[in-house]
Write a new protein. Structure first.
Length: 270
């Protein structure tokens, strides 16, 4: 279970570029839940994911993962418990190492390491068996540099690596945004398969309302650093893309109204 309590994060505080990226964000994610996070650019959704991953510390609030207070844990320490797939297909892997070497490292996540052969015949057999489930023919290319693969192939392997040792939390940061529609569809299908099979607690940031509607059991919609809507259960299952578009339009209209009020007040003040 992931419990976020009153998270706040401001970038460039006290300057003309000040941004209140997270504002009193509280969220509880039950074990095994698959949550999609929606929001426009600047809504705070990626900031939320980075705060949980430990990319930076929040200004205030707490982050608890399965009863452990990880609020001030550095990113590398959280990585023992958290799997992550980045938006950029070329992140999260060592491009000059082979597919097999990358997978062997992923299999050691959170475990003690020593000197020894990383790719024994037994390990290679297990790697081939798991990679074969991707249905991409990569099980016969374990000695190929992972940097030579296409973006879709790398994302598929990164998904496999992030879940090789079952993580307490899986973070997906718009992991299909850089892919063409056909490849993105295949990666999403694989995502659902891996998350469902492993019953992984998952937090997925996405721009795709179609993905949000059809994946997971809960939708969080963020705006200006705050959680504005939280749909789950039957309410989530009834949601359609048109409903989400309408909610986004309502938020934009409110922004325009608020900006107009501020402008009017400033004129009267002057």
């Amino acid at each position: 279970m992931l419990v976020l309590s009153n998270l706040n994060k401001t970038f460039n505080a006290g300057t003309i570029n000040e941004v209140n990226a997270l504002q009193e964000v509280s969220l509880t994610i039950e074990e095994g839940s698959f949550i999609c996070v929606l929001g426009t650019n600047g809504s705070g959704k990626s900031t939320l994911l980075n705060a949980v991953a430990g990319t930076f510390y929040t200004d205030s609030g707490t982050i608890e993962l399965n009863g452990k207070d990880i609020t001030r844990w550095p990113e590398y320490k959280r990585a023992c418990h958290v799997g992550r797939v980045f938006q950029n297909p070329f992140s999260g892997t060592a491009p000059n190492m082979t597919i097999g070497e990358n997978l062997a490292l992923a299999a050691k996540r959170g475990k003690k390491r020593g000197l020894g052969w990383g790719l024994t015949s037994t390990v290679l057999q297990e790697l081939k068996s798991r990679v074969k489930t991707l249905n991409m023919g990569l099980e016969e290319r374990l000695d190929s540099p992972i940097g030579k693969l296409s973006g879709g192939q790398r994302q598929a392997l990164t998904l496999l690596m992030s879940s090789w040792v079952k993580p307490e939390l899986l973070l997906l940061d718009e992991h299909t945004a850089a892919l063409d529609p056909k490849t993105a569809s295949k990666v999403i299908e694989l995502t659902e398969k891996i998350v469902t099979a492993g019953k992984l607690t998952t937090l997925m940031v996405t721009h795709s309302m179609q993905q949000a509607v059809h994946l997971g059991d809960r939708i969080i919609m963020m705006h200006q650093g705050k959680i504005k809507y939280d749909f789950r259960g039957e309410e989530k299952r009834r949601l359609k893309i048109a409903d989400l578009l309408s909610l986004f339009d309502d938020l934009r209209r409110k922004d325009q109204i608020d900006a107009g009020v501020v402008e009017l007040l400033m004129k009267n003040y002057v």
